[in-house]
Design a protein around this ligand. Structure first.
Ligand SMILES: Cc1cc2nc3c(=O)[nH]c(=O)nc-3n(C[C@H](O)[C@H](O)[C@H](O)COP(=O)(O)OP(=O)(O)OC[C@H]3O[C@@H](n4cnc5c(N)ncnc54)[C@H](O)[C@@H]3O)c2cc1C
Length: 536
């Protein structure tokens, strides 16, 4: 992973002249934004020495104190994180990176940290976009980043179609282990290349195919949590009626209750047929209605996305109207005498028979809803580029742009209202900052009762005030979400950035319950301070 951005340093996303022209026209001239310092010159605060008992507990070879290790574990990969990386200095970093080789050593590390007052930030793939990895000490003098990267066992139960997966397995590693047995998890978030099994569980992640395969929390059948006050292991059984589910308490706990060393997940046979195609709905509203009809009727394809009109036009302009989707879109508009539409991506995965059967049902709903078929080439082009977005963000930031995403969800009856309100809040705040922008949105996870909304905004970065500019937009969007009854996060989690909105989400008594659970499992408050729960 690039230390200052996303992904493989050898991969660079580029925009052609036509796309650059469109961008300039919409957001104005950009001023190049180089990195302020090299990796070697990067400035970190001095590290505190770790207690000797901690080094002994994990073994000296598993403790890393070089500045590069500390830097690489000091942030996630949200826009605000990348702004700080570009600035060449960080105000806070872990004192050391500790890599336990197994669960027994991990528990010993937690015990020593609890006894000596050392804060722990669990670290999976480092892809949090909500400040979940921020090295906040919570009043403790020392802080370690606890990297789960060595815990990568995979044990498959082919009879039950379940697998016990180590927290540190990255998305591709987990899929490869299951793929060898002809199985898949079907969990493909855009951060798939780097994010880990433990991170997926700790943040209730949702993938691009979650409408069909289920979100990660739905795939988890049992969990283990190691905490300062002891551990929790839930029973490995398909279902239990034994009271409120502790499994639910551990999933989404974001490292504040303890560390998840492994989870057991449900799997499916790997698909033998994959078919991705593009459709054009008459409007975002019409596309959402089609998705609602499918979710409440014959069922959803594995992948279903609807881009709003601005995202449709913007995506096609930035990816070049010369591409397959672009030329089909122009033809569609010409034939229908229309000026805009809403691009839909629909993907089916499974065996040939079930894919064809489910496609026939979806096609009927798509046609009934007035959508026009654009073909498989445009669908395949989406599939090909499905993990490219974050690479393009690096390119745009280097050109001088702010690029950020945020997400929410709501019931169908208030879906359009939330889409309008959040989009307006982002647009008005960008305008107010003198940096008008592109504001895109798509529906990407659907249910019988509602769906998620995923916003992307791109504008000129206000150089010298990048974080203030970002915070203003984030605040306005979050307030709009809460005011309209949406969730502050459908799948990015709470971290530090969304913690102030937890009371709106769960209420004061709900917060008290969560705080009581934390006090029970982590009485010294060493686990990921300042995340999930707002300051009292
Ligand atoms: C470009 C990009 C695209 C993204 N796309 C998606 C997407 O499509 N869907 C989605 O859901 N999310 C997405 N995310 C957000 C992020 O990838 C997810 O939240 C992911 O689940 C985090 O996994 P990770 O292994 O990187 O965890 P980290 O970022 O390392 O950690 C996330 C949080 O979980 C805690 N944690 C991590 N591992 C453990 C553990 N084993 N035990 C206890 N706590 C732990 C950390 O302390 C932190 O608070 C995206 C992020 C980026 C940068």
């Amino acid at each position: 992973m690039k230390w200052w951005g996303w992904g493989d340093p050898a991969v660079e996303a580029t925009l052609d002249d036509e796309a650059l022209g469109v961008l300039r026209e919409r957001i104005g001239e950009l001023e190049p934004w180089p990195l302020a310092r090299s990796l070697e010159e990067f400035e970190l605060p001095a590290a505190e020495a770790l207690p000797q008992a901690l080094v002994e507990a994990v073994g000296e070879g598993n403790v890393f104190t070089a500045d590069e290790d500390r830097l690489r574990h000091a942030t996630g990969r949200g826009y605000a994180d990348l702004v700080r990386m570009r600035s060449g200095a960080l105000a806070a970093a872990p004192d050391a990176v500790v890599v336990p080789p197994n669960a027994e050593v991990l528990q010993r590390v937690i015990d020593v940290c609890a006894a000596d007052g050392v804060a722990i930030v669990p670290f999976g793939g480092g892809t949090s976009v909500v400040g979940g990895l921020e090295p906040l000490r919570g009043g403790h003098g020392r802080l370690i980043s606890l990297d789960l990267g060595a815990m990568r066992d995979a044990e498959v139960d082919k009879t039950s179609l379940t697998a016990r997966l180590g927290a540190g397995l990255r998305g591709p590693e987990a899929e490869a282990a299951l793929g060898r047995e002809g199985l898949t998890l079907g969990h493909f978030p855009q951060s798939f290349e780097y994010a880990t099994i433990g991170g997926f569980a700790a943040t209730r992640s949702a993938g691009q195919a979650s409408s069909g395969y289920g979100r990660f929390d739905e795939l988890v059948t049992s969990v283990r949590l190691l905490a300062p006050a002891g551990g929790i292991s839930t029973l490995q059984t398909p279902h239990t009626a034994a009271g409120p589910a502790l499994r639910e308490l551990v999933i989404g706990s974001e490292g504040v209750l303890g560390v998840i060393p492994e989870v057991t997940v449900r799997m499916r046979p790997a698909p033998t047929t994959r078919r991705y195609e593009a459709w054009m709905a008459e409007s975002f509203e019409a596309g959402a209605e089609i998705v609602r009809a499918l979710a409440q009727g014959p069922g959803l394809p594995e992948i279903i996305r609807v881009s709003d009109e601005e995202e449709t036009a913007g995506t096609l302009a930035l990816s070049g109207p010369r591409g397959a989707a672009g030329s089909l879109f122009s033809r569609y508009l010409g034939l229908r005498g229309r000026r805009e539409g809403a691009l839909m991506i629909v993907g089916y995965e499974g065996d040939e028979e079930s894919t064809a059967r489910r496609r026939a049902l979806s096609v009927r709903a798509l046609r009934d809803g007035g959508a026009a078929y654009l073909g498989q080439a445009a669908g395949r082009s989406w599939e090909h580029g499905r993990f490219q977005g974050p690479y393009l963000r690096d390119t745009l930031m280097a050109m001088g742009a702010m690029v950020e995403t945020l997400e929410t969800s709501h019931t169908w009856s208030r879906f359009a209202e939330l889409h309008d309100a959040v989009g307006r809040a982002i647009r008005e705040t960008l305008d107010g900052q003198g940096t008008p922008g592109l504001v895109f949105c798509h529906l990407s996870h659907a249910y019988a009762d509602g769906a998620s909304l995923y916003f992307t905004f791109i504008s000129r970065a206000r150089r010298g005030a990048e974080l203030e500019q970002w915070a203003a937009v984030k605040h306005a969007a979050s307030e709009a979400i809460v005011a309209h009854g949406g969730t502050i996060t459908h799948h990015h989690a709470i971290g530090r950035d969304h913690a102030p909105y937890m009371e709106a989400e769960v209420g004061q008594t709900g917060l008290d319950v969560l705080r009581a659970v934390k006090a029970q499992l982590d009485p010294a408050g060493i686990m990921n301070p300042g995340k999930l729960l707002p300051a009292e």
